[in-house]
Write a protein that binds this ligand. Sequence first.
Ligand code: THU
Length: 135
Amino acid sequence: MMISKTKQLELVSLAQKARVNAYCPYSDFAVGAALLAESGKIYTGVNCENASLGATICAERAALTSAISAGERRFVAIAVAAGKQPVSPCGICRQVLAEFGNIIVLCAAAQGEDYKIMDLSALLPDAFVEYNRMD
Ligand code: THU
């Protein structure tokens, strides 16, 4: 499902606004995400780091688990915002998002209205998902 330019900019702006609440004392790299569900509701998330670095949760997964916790299961698009140049989701987040289908991904910097638009199937081709399993 494609979304309007206005909705794209809204998602980017919400990801940038959410970003200020990132908990990132170890990397000092604050990330925000805004996830649009098919219901029309938007769920935000930030990265939440941990002294045990591998326990860190990225902004995209924080937004997704918030939406899932609210009962959402179908999604349209996610915006992610961080850094001086647009960032794109890490490998783990690509896999976690792929669980819920091929959504639009908007990659933005921490500030400004520039962003790259792509979709999850480009970021994670041939994703492993349960409905492809042969057993
Ligand atoms: N991070 C995200 O939250 N999302 C991404 O797509 C890339 C990485 C976080 C994890 C860690 O807290 C920090 O950015 C530096 O890697």
